[in-house]
Each structure stands twice: as structure tokens, then as C-alpha cells.
Design a protein around this ligand. Structure first.
Ligand code: HEC
Length: 309
């Protein structure tokens, strides 16, 4: 018989595959998707990852989408585990991707997820994820956001960078408006130019801020502040509304400034300059709140450094 290399290769392949694939019985898995994983996804994730408005367009009931974040059999290489579930630093800022955004799952849920991934992230196709309120399958509608929505979501990430422009300009504008009472019209012109640019920049910053809040899963605009709100929640609430108010006041001052010049009105001139001074104070408060949201209790930490022996 002629020696046939490809036949031999095929034989080798089956021989090497056989012990693992066919001859060994799979060890019984501890975690069962429908029993152990689905209820957690349903309670902790579905609210934000479902339907049209799913955060980042990520549908948790979409098996392929979720498994896209998983390296079956290896939790340590699965971003679902390393980035989105485990929170090794115990710090929201360092582990900013942790889901759900208001804090990690509890220890036993985390252990179940880790074991599930390590055991191969088994998700039987037929086991659907049920929505939390009604016992009906969560619709798997891959949402396709419009180009406008995509741009709106994208610009949100520039809020923390953009915000420095209106802050600095409102400060300088306010200072010049104050000095204009002593040094005259030259300061007034500078003050006006500063707040005009600042007002436009602040409107853009506010739009970015609302977009950022949306993609980060912060409360919707119409959600009132809870009576038992934490310091961070209060900060979010007042930061967004005071920021929005600042931008609006900025625009009003610019309009008053234009009217004052056209009508040569002294009263209007006082009005916009006082407004500009108030804006400098306001933007200081809003900026401080934003700083706290990003970096934590910065004043407290600074004072701690000063007190160090
Ligand atoms: C309160 C709303 C909320 C809840 C609850 C929530 N998420 Fe998210 N999730 C978000 C937001 C917002 C983003 C986008 C974050 C970003 O881009 O910075 C996100 C993004 C993700 C992503 C990345 C998706 C992508 O395509 O980039 C994964 C994975 C994820 N979440 C998993 C989960 C899991 C698992 C749970 C439940 C344990 C969960 N989420 C619960 C709001 C939420």
C-alpha cells in the first residue's frame, strides 16, 4: 500500500482530538446559566442594557454581545471580569468601568460570575434572559443609533477637558468687570469679550456634560434628588443644574452687554458687569463640584497633606 501522508495527518488529528473531545466525559459544571447567572443579569444589568436606549448600545440579553467580552475558560483574560465586574482597587475612579455603575456586585455574585467564566461561560442558546418586571424574554434588538446620537454620545467624553475654558474665561471676565469700576472702559471691553466667549464655550460644555451623564448612566434629568441622597448624588444633582444655570446666566449677561452698548444704558451696563462678577463666583462653585466628582474630596485631601507632620 502506498504511504499516504494526508491520511496519516488526518489520523493523527483524530487521535490527538479524541481523548479530549470524545473519550473524556465533561466534568459536571457547578454553575448553571439559567439558574445562577440569568437572574443576576436580569436584576442588575437589564435595566440599562435593554432595547433602544441600551447604554453603549449594549444589549445584555444578546448572547453574542455579552460573550464578546468573555474568554471562555479564562476569567483573568475576560474583560467582562477584569474591567466590568471585579473591582480590585475598591475605588470607583480607578475602576471606572465597573458594572453596575453604582457599585460592584456582591461577593457571592462575583464568585459565581468568575466560576461561570472559568467553567467555559456556558450559555445554552435556548435559555433566554427574562426581563425583570414581566416574565417575557428581553427583546434582542440591536439598536442602531443615528449619526446625531452617536456624535452627541461621543462629545460627552470631552466635558472634563472642555470645562476649563469657560471656567478660566468667566474668572478673567469677572475680574475685569470688577476692575472696570476702578480702571474704566478698557477693562470693560476685555470683560465683555471674555464672558462672550465663555458663555458660548459653557453652552457647549453643558451639552457635553448632559451627554456624559447619559453615557455614564447617571440619573436622568427629570429624576428628583432623593431625600437620603449621598454626598456624591447631591453633587451630581447640583453640579448639573448649577452648571446649566451658569451657561444660561452667561448668555443673559452677553445679551445685556450688547443692549447696554446699543442703548448706551448705564443701568444695563451695571447689570451685565454685576452678572459677570456673579458668574465668576458661580463657576468656581460648579467647577469645585465637578472636581470633587472626578477626584473626590480634594480640599479634605489637601488639608490632610498640610496637617501631616
Ligand atoms: C445604571 C445603568 C447600568 C447598569 C445597571 C449596568 N450598566 Fe453596564 N453600562 C452602563 C453604561 C453607562 C455603560 C457605558 C460606559 C462607558 O462607555 O463609559 C455601560 C457599559 C457596559 C459594558 C461595555 C459595553 C460596550 O459595548 O462598551 C458592559 C460589558 C457592561 N456595561 C456590562 C454590564 C453588566 C454585566 C451589568 C450588570 C452586572 C451592567 N452593565 C449594569 C450602564 C449600566
Amino acid at each position: 500500500m502506498k504511504f499516504n501522508l494526508s491520511f496519516l495527518l488526518v489520523l493523527c488529528f483524530f487521535y490527538s482530538a479524541a481523548p479530549r473531545g470524545y473519550c473524556q466525559t465533561e466534568p459536571r459544571k457547578i454553575i448553571d446559566f439559567a439558574r445562577d447567572i440569568a437572574p443576576v443579569l436580569r436584576d442588575k444589568c437589564v435595566s440599562c442594557h435593554q432595547g433602544e436606549k441600551a447604554k453603549n448600545g449594549f444589549i445584555i440579553a444578546d448572547r453574542d454581545a455579552l460573550l464578546g467580552f468573555v474568554e471562555p475558560g479564562d476569567a483573568a483574560s475576560s474583560s467582562l471580569w477584569t474591567d466590568y465586574l471585579a473591582q480590585p482597587s475598591r475605588d470607583k475612579v480607578t475602576d471606572s468601568l465597573v458594572m453596575p455603575p453604582d457599585g460592584p456586585l456582591n461577593a457571592s455574585q462575583l464568585a459565581i460570575f468568575k466560576l461561570w467564566i472559568d467553567e467555559g461561560a456556558n450559555w445554552q442558546i435556548e435559555s433566554l434572559l427574562m426581563s425583570s418586571d414581566k416574565e417575557s424574554p428581553v427583546p434582542v434588538t440591536p439598536s442602531t443609533p443615528s449619526i446625531g446620537t452617536k456624535v452627541y454620545r461621543a462629545i460627552g467624553y470631552f466635558h472634563p477637558a472642555m470645562v476649563h475654558f469657560p471656567i478660566a474665561l468667566f474668572f478673567v471676565g469677572g475680574a475685569c468687570a470688577f476692575l472696570s469700576y476702578f480702571l474704566g472702559p478698557r477693562c470693560q471691553t476685555t470683560a465683555f469679550q471674555c464672558i462672550a466667549v465663555a458663555a458660548l464655550a459653557s453652552v457647549l460644555t453643558v451639552v457635553m456634560g448632559w451627554s456624559f451623564a447619559d453615557t455614564q448612566g447617571y440619573p436622568a434629568w427629570d429624576k428628583p434628588l432623593a431625600s437620603n441622597a449621598t454626598h456624591d448624588e447631591e453633587n451630581f444633582f447640583y453640579h448639573r443644574w448649577l452648571g446649566t444655570f451658569t451657561a444660561a446666566l452667561g448668555l443673559i449677561c452677553v445679551v445685556l452687554g450688547l443692549l447696554a452698548r446699543r442703548n448706551k444704558s448705564n443701568r444695563l451696563s451695571h447689570a451685565w458687569r454685576i452678572g459677570a462678577i456673579a458668574l465668576a463666583a458661580l463657576v468656581g462653585v460648579v467647577g469645585h463640584q465637578g472636581g470633587e466628582l472626578v477626584y473626590g474630596d480634594i480640599f479634605g485631601k489637601a488639608i490632610e497633606q498640610l496637617r501631616k507632620e
